[in-house]
Ligand binder design. Structure first.
Ligand code: SF4
Length: 231
């Protein structure tokens, strides 16, 4: 499969924040989020073809028991189920970070970290072209796929929130999902790729988290390492 990068770092978001983990970033994405912070795995996909044996060998070089399959959209990779199976068989705790546009189809996974995309993700026609803008808008929410993840997996739900309107839209998405997602599994993430921007947007999210029982996910890897590849 095409891999943009494999690196060892600390998980900076969500339930496993601070846990040393090997990240396997699969290249390629079926969305074009306006604020995407990994364009080298989506807008301009980079990377080499890796065999599963080579990926496993690279993972085992590091002293981690946690592996994160991320992207891009890792669920696009045909070999991902076999990679997940082999990692689980090797005793690793496995997180899959996905936008949830594709169904899990029984993939092995300990934590599904799902980030459904709100309308704030849709790029302008000037930036993405009419075809990609339309494709993004048609693809970003697949409720059947989201329900399959909710029904079969340990989940957390990450949303990029920048305004009251985003918060209201997120609540509509959760209601349309029709599944009893506990509020503490819902992570509010500020949009931004530098510490000042993230902190500036945090106050509003803290208030929203306290009001609704959601969780704040401040993207600590940017605070720890900056917005750099390999972190
Ligand atoms: S789904 Fe993720 S990787 Fe794909 S464009 Fe959106 S933010 Fe980037």
């Amino acid at each position: 499969m095409r891999v943009a990068e494999i690196f060892y770092s600390l998980q900076g978001e969500g339930a496993l924040t601070g846990v040393p983990s090997v990240f396997v970033r699969v290249s390629g994405c079926n969305l074009r989020c306006d604020w995407c912070d990994t364009p080298y795995a989506s807008w301009n996909p980079e990377g080499e073809e890796w065999t599963l044996d080579a990926i496993l060998a690279e993972v085992t070089r590091h002293p981690a028991r946690h592996v994160v399959l991320t992207g891009g959209e890792p669920m696009l990779a045909r070999e991902l189920p076999e990679l997940a199976r082999r990692l689980r068989a090797g005793g690793y705790h496995l997180t899959i970070e996905t936008a949830g546009t594709l169904p899990p189809a029984g993939i092995a996974c300990d934590l599904a970290s799902i980030s459904p995309k709100l309308s704030n993700s849709t790029p302008s026609e000037a930036r993405a072209g009419a075809a990609w803008r339309r494709r993004h808008e048609e693809t970003r929410l697949n409720f059947d796929a989201l329900r399959a993840w909710a029904d079969g997996y340990e989940t957390q739900w990450k949303f990029v929130i920048a305004s009251d309107a985003d918060l209201a839209e997120m609540r509509e998405v959760l209601a349309a999902l029709g599944r009893p997602i506990e509020p503490w599994r819902v992570l509010l993430m500020p949009e931004g790729t530098d510490v000042a921007t993230l902190r500036g947007r945090q106050e509003f999210l803290i208030a929203a988290a306290k009001t609704h029982g959601y969780r704040l996910s401040p993207r600590l890897h940017i605070e720890w390492f900056g917005n750099k590849r390999g972190t």
